[in-house]
Design a binder for this molecule. Sequence first.
Ligand SMILES: Cc1cc2nc3c(=O)[nH]c(=O)nc-3n(C[C@H](O)[C@H](O)[C@H](O)COP(=O)(O)OP(=O)(O)OC[C@H]3O[C@@H](n4cnc5c(N)ncnc54)[C@H](O)[C@@H]3O)c2cc1C
Length: 549
Amino acid sequence: MNQEHRDYEFIIVGAGASGCSVASALARSKRRPSVLLLEAGDSNEDPSVRVHGNMYTQNTNSTQNWGYKSTPLPQANNRQISLDRGKGLGGSTAINFTFWTRGPRDEWDELARLTDDDAWKWENTERRFGQIEGYRHLIEPGTGAERYCTHGPDAYGTSGPLRLCSQSTKWSGDLAETTDVWESCGYPMNTDSSTGNPIGLQVCPLTGHLGTRSTAADLLRDAPGNLYVRTDSIVHQVMFEDSRASAVKLANGTTITATKEIILCIGALDTPKILMQSGIGPAEQLSKFRISVVHYNEHIGRNLRDHYYVLMLFAAREDASEALHNAPATGGAAMGFFKDEGALSSSEFQTLTDKERGRLGLPTGPTWEIAHDGARVRPGLEHMGPTSQITLFILNSQGLGDVKLRSANPSEPPLVQPGFLEHPWDKRIAVDSTRECLRVMEHPASSKRRDRSIAHICPKSSSEEDILEFWRDNLTSTWHMMGTCKMGRVEGQDGACADTAFKVFGVQGLRVADLSVLPLLPSVHTQTYAYQIGMIAAEKIISDYGLST
Ligand SMILES: Cc1cc2nc3c(=O)[nH]c(=O)nc-3n(C[C@H](O)[C@H](O)[C@H](O)COP(=O)(O)OP(=O)(O)OC[C@H]3O[C@@H](n4cnc5c(N)ncnc54)[C@H](O)[C@@H]3O)c2cc1C
């Protein structure tokens, strides 16, 4: 085993949204501690991997994606679902679809209540967003776009390192029309979702600017010399002296020592895997693979939750994509976050816990989402001619999955079994929301560009049976996995594996600061939560070690 000569005060593993946030804030703190950021993938520096126009396809670049797959899922007709995870500086933010959703203020406040910590309160998360956002307002007055986006340039932070932009310099007629169609069908407009209320039709910002994707790696720009970033460094194990995390062991056998703490930020699938490989996890997993026990915790790897979606494709009369594709920032999806009010009085609702019922009732928390994009000819589907696509997401999915070890070999991917479409609540939302999408496509307002007689990919009918079969054939992950190392006030209570300061129970010197720790599944896209987790963890570490004085 090679022992590296140099020690670091802090070692952060994983350079995604959360890892870059922790590393950047710790390294810039007044005391300038030595911080090593270890990332398995490469630097992602090549400009070709930053083309914002590839926002929906960057995840197909196999060098940037771990390429995990689920186990065959009976509730998805035994299909193995792609569980994309980004690799390289920026992590999943380097391959994601770039939608920036600040989330519901009520859910941030609920996180503050669950953790008994005001750091999570909306007013504090709003302040932190302001610190990292570098928003550019591209809505041009006089183009009609103001009707869809009433906020000004200051709704978001403007001087942070993470470039964001409003969706398009040219407001495509089709994008506006698509939004109008939903409005004609009774859905409300939300012209400013920066305020902590995502409900309604909106055009949310994207993480990119003037054709270039922004990623979490942008937080590392101009970092001081006490931040050491090392790519192509796969961590296999955390090493312990007694029960104190003291070093990490890399795939090449090198060990590197941390004198203060090790912080795992490798995402909700790899974090439980590495914890188990390091001897922290359920007894059954540790004994099955003969891993020396450091601390038993039956909940590591359990409570996996995620959003999932289906795509529906309908014929369109003409290709309206020209304006969008020629714009420096592409996008062109009319988005909508909606609450299924009917489901809130359903029998399926009654099957939920009091806690979950309370959460679903929060005024700003949506239950389903659509991204309805412009009519266009799609690569690989040219034979269909122009099509219009609805992506339909279930946001508060209740099914719990798990992450287990595949073998004792840390190079093997984890064994992941998501709990998609298992819970009656999920089925209820899938049926209600799919019927709504079909209703919108049937509405006379849709007829201007859509050829309503042809649906290429959609349920055979609006019967419950056909809709659920459609979901089983088509559902896939939204890659918003979380919850596999939940935090809580007491070990084991509600599945808690780490305390509310992110410290892993039962050991010292080890924190988890990524989406694994979230005790509730956000009702919007998750990159914003991963950045917040990193920033909040950094605030706690800085305070614990007096690094700001
Ligand atoms: C295809 C796709 C589309 C998405 N679209 C959106 C979207 O539009 N909007 C949105 O808000 N969210 C989106 N997301 C989700 C969002 O990007 C993630 O929730 C967020 O990036 C998670 O942050 P994280 O820090 O927890 O993990 P990640 O960003 O995944 O970072 C984890 C890092 O750890 C590294 N790592 C893993 N194992 C090891 C190891 N053993 N040793 C060293 N390093 C390791 C990885 O290589 C990676 O760089 C999308 C995700 C994907 C995959």
